[in-house]
Write a protein that binds this ligand. Sequence first.
Ligand code: URA
Length: 193
Amino acid sequence: MTKLTELREELHACRNCELYRDATQAVFSVGRASATVMLVGEQPGDREDLEGEPFVGPAGHVLDEALEQAGIARSDVYLTNAVKHFRFERRGKRRIHEKPAVSHIEACHPWLEAELAVVRPRVVVCLGATAGRSVLGRPVKVTQERGRPLDVDAPYEVVVTTHPSALLRLRDRGDYAGELRRLADDLAVAAAL
Ligand code: URA
């Protein structure tokens, strides 16, 4: 059994915080252990929680568009999340995404550390502030820190960019294409490292 397969199995028994109680399942990663670029998202969304795979819902489609523009194949990257269970609020039949608290990010951090130890990427891309907080261990201002390698004491480079779901809100407005380009440019910066 590979180390990643072992981690995936162990993750399903995770009780590090209370989020496991309402989520359908823990969502591990997709991608090869030999990938040089690791993308870290926030947490699984509604679709990911049901399907058990990261970035298969609407934010995943935005990410796919950005990766394509950046000339990066999804199959070449390792894709995971800072928090492995879906945090949501129930409103009637709907499950509304709720941002993970710092306590959830910290409780889940050992899983990300274990993935970093196995994959040993050259570059880690933080998709949004939650991923930034987990990878860098400090609050991150995406608008100020995005798109360039940050000063980190780690065996990999770290680049922060916006979360693809932030673009979903712009979909019907003129700025979607521009913001998608910026996300793709940040991904290309990371890939070039
Ligand atoms: N948003 C994330 O951060 N991760 C996913 O897997 C899906 C949506």
